[in-house]
Design a protein around this ligand. Structure first.
Ligand SMILES: Nc1ncnc2c1ncn2[C@@H]1O[C@H](COP(=O)(O)OP(=O)(O)OP(=O)(O)O)[C@@H](O)[C@H]1O
Length: 285
């Protein structure tokens, strides 16, 4: 792998808490998924890469540029697209006006070209027919697609997406996967998510963060493989000391030691992820 983004010994503190705690990782072209429990530091990492937050220590290189350097930071901003977790859009703008506003900030100065680009990204996210709708009238999923549209402006080399599939209906989620995997053919895409299915379906690589550190880096298949020999199906519920849940077919899926009557099951990304986090309680009834 030829890394386009690398992070070394990154630290960020809020008060006394180290939210990034010597984080070191690298990734290259294609789609990389970032998994981690609430508060793991995913958004803080993404903001550091998107240059909206200055870390306290360590090194970041993205597209060969150092965001700590003022000129290189400006260069990097021109070449990245960022979908923040909470975009906070102006509610009285129309969809078109909002994306055009971001396009102006991104220095698309030629009006005709800018309008063409705004229409292109709105079409990419299936919002072209909502161009004249006020942002405040959009559903949550539509807002999320609007947030993605502005990140796509100018065909950025680096795309940073913070929980991009939140609120999308199944059809839009499929469209999103198709769009992002196409973008990943020629660009670097980093997306944080809580959806292990998105990682399994879409990402070539996956990074798992916990407590401000990187606890796993590899392919989704590698992550699933870490659970080999520790995933079981049984007809009866195991003891409460196991991590288990009831599946749609009424059987019990257990992670860890073999429960009584358990037969081995193929491990998935979610199994590997949950075991990695070391959960030890029943997660769902
Ligand atoms: N500006 C801030 N001021 C103070 N604390 C902050 C700030 N930003 C983040 N934090 C804290 O840093 C920790 C990590 O937050 P972060 O948003 O990076 O986690 P996350 O992995 O993205 O979580 P989630 O999955 O819930 O979005 C949290 O405890 C959060 O409260």
């Amino acid at each position: 792998m030829n890394p386009t983004v690398s992070v070394r010994d990154l630290t960020k503190r809020f008060g006394r808490r180290a939210v990034l705690d010597g984080l070191t990782l690298e990734f290259g072209r294609g789609v990389t998924g970032l998994l981690g429990p609430n508060g793991a530091g995913k958004t803080t990492l993404l903001r550091s890469l998107a240059t909206t937050l200055a870390p306290d220590g360590g090194e970041v290189r993205a597209l060969g540029l150092d965001p700590a350097d003022r000129l290189q930071r400006t260069d990097l901003r021109r070449r990245l697209g960022y979908l923040p977790q909470d975009p906070g859009f102006y509610p009285h703008f129309t969809v078109f006006e909002l994306v055009e506003y971001v396009a102006i900030l991104k220095e698309l100065t030629d009006r005709r070209e800018r309008h063409r680009e705004v229409r292109r990204v709105l079409t990419e996210v299936d919002l072209a027919d909502r161009a004249k709708t006020k942002v405040r009238k959009l559903s949550g999923g539509m807002r999320q697609r609007l947030a993605l549209a502005q990140a796509l402006l100018g065909e950025p080399d680096l795309l940073i997406l913070d929980e991009p599939t939140v609120g999308l209906d199944p059809e839009q989620r499929m469209r999103f996967r198709a769009l992002v995997s196409r973008l990943g053919e020629s660009r670097t895409v980093l997306l944080s998510t809580h959806q292990t299915e998105d990682v399994a379906a879409l990402c070539e690589r996956v990074v798992v963060m916990k407590g401000g550190r990187d606890v796993f880096e590899g392919t989704p298949r590698d992550l699933a493989a870490t659970a080999a020999g520790q995933v079981w199906l049984s007809d009866q519920p195991p003891t409460a000391s196991h991590l288990f849940w009831r599946t749609a077919d009424g059987r019990y899926r257990t992670l860890g030691a073999r429960p009584q009557g358990g037969v081995p099951a193929d491990p998935g990304v979610e199994d590997g992820y949950l075991l990695l986090l070391g959960e030890s309680a029943e997660v769902a009834a």
